[in-house]
Write a protein that binds this ligand. Structure first.
Ligand SMILES: *Cc1c(COP(=O)(O)O)cnc(C)c1O
Length: 326
């Protein structure tokens, strides 16, 4: 269906659609013993389907696609991709046709993520792992466009300048969600591409507040995450660093990934079950469980001064939880 026809009016998504999120206090004897306060910003609860960090990255891309006259958006992902799930839903809501280039081979049973995407109207194109490696190559993208037409292309994970720009909104969401006198010492989040982290840092740099900004700590969920230091710095530099009004210190932890991307060893599964049981907060096995386990690890190591106040970003991803946990 073409975008903007009378049955399916185009709604231009508002980039600031999420202004606030719930904050959960995580009370735990470990944290009490170390006198560290731990809270979690529940981006997983901002919408039934389009939640977590992905809409922050996608919505400015969809606005750009709309402004440039595209009715179709294409992106890339694996069979369990939260990004593909979010793009399928955002496309359906905002009147875009969507296409996903999926790593893996056709003919396999579709994951729930891909079943959802297909049901939302997304066209799925399966490519081999070898072809998928070319996802950033201009030649490969040109070949794809020759097949599917002139589409607006969003890189895997929404990892582009507009994705960073949209993630700046997280600084506002944090400020709006906490009481005005709450001085957070450190914000922690899980990192895949580092796009969300870069946007958060840039947003905090620009946030009109005279108080010192919190430290931002990323937890790399993949092996050899050292590249994130370069990528986060490069993403921040894309956004006119001269506009920064205050300094934000940050670091990416690269040794708390539990063996690599989507590795979910039994001890981590046990940690996740116990955390979910004790706190009534669901985690996903790829990103947020590694964030939360990293925080327990760091507090247990005595890395925080008594009185420290930590804020964890629950970046969602619960849609993929069931099938990846089994
Ligand atoms: C995609 C995703 C991330 C990582 O975001 P980046 O911007 O790629 O670093 C973190 N958490 C969840 C739940 C995600 O789906």
């Amino acid at each position: 269906m073409p975008a903007g026809d009378s049955e399916n009016p185009v709604i231009c998504p508002d980039p600031a659609v999420v202004h606030q999120a719930a904050v959960s206090d995580i009370a735990d004897s470990l944290f009490a013993r170390h006198q560290v306060s731990v809270e979690m910003l529940r981006l997983d609860q901002t919408d039934a389907l389009l939640n977590g960090n992905k809409p922050f990255k996608l919505i400015p891309n969809l606005q750009q696609a709309r402004a440039a006259g595209y009715d179709t958006v294409l992106s890339f992902g694996g069979a369990f991709s939260n990004h593909i799930h979010a793009l399928a839903e955002a496309g359906r809501r905002f009147g875009f046709k969507t296409i996903a280039v999926i790593r893996g081979d056709d003919g396999q049973a579709l994951s729930h993520t891909l079943q959802f995407a297909a049901a939302a109207g997304m066209r799925l194109i399966f490519v081999s792992r070898q072809q998928y490696r070319r996802r950033h190559d201009a030649d490969f993208i040109a070949e794809l466009k020759a097949t599917v037409g002139n589409v607006y292309v969003i890189p895997e994970g929404g990892a582009n300048d507009l994705g960073v720009h949209g993630s700046m909104q997280l600084a506002t969401v944090i400020a709006n969600s906490l009481p005005p006198d709450a001085a957070v010492d450190e914000v922690l989040l899980a990192c895949g591409t580092g796009t969300t982290m870069a946007g958060l840092i840039a947003g905090l740099q620009r946030y009109p507040d005279a108080t010192p900004a919190p430290f931002v700590r990323g937890i790399a969920v993949l092996k050899q995450g050292e590249f994130l230091h370069t990528d986060v710095a490069r993403f921040i530099a894309m956004l006119n660093p001269a506009a920064a009004a205050r300094a934000v210190s940050w670091h990416v932890e690269t040794s708390l990934h539990w063996g690599g991307y989507a590795r979910f060893p039994p001890a981590l599964a046990a940690f996740m079950r116990e955390f979910e049981h004790n706190h009534g907060i669901l985690l996903d096995p790829v990103y947020t469980v590694k964030l939360v386990s990293a925080v327990y690890h760091r507090v247990a190591q005595g890395l925080y001064q008594p009185g420290s106040r930590l804020l964890l970003l629950h970046t969602g991803g619960l849609q993929g939880r069931g099938e990846r946990c089994n």
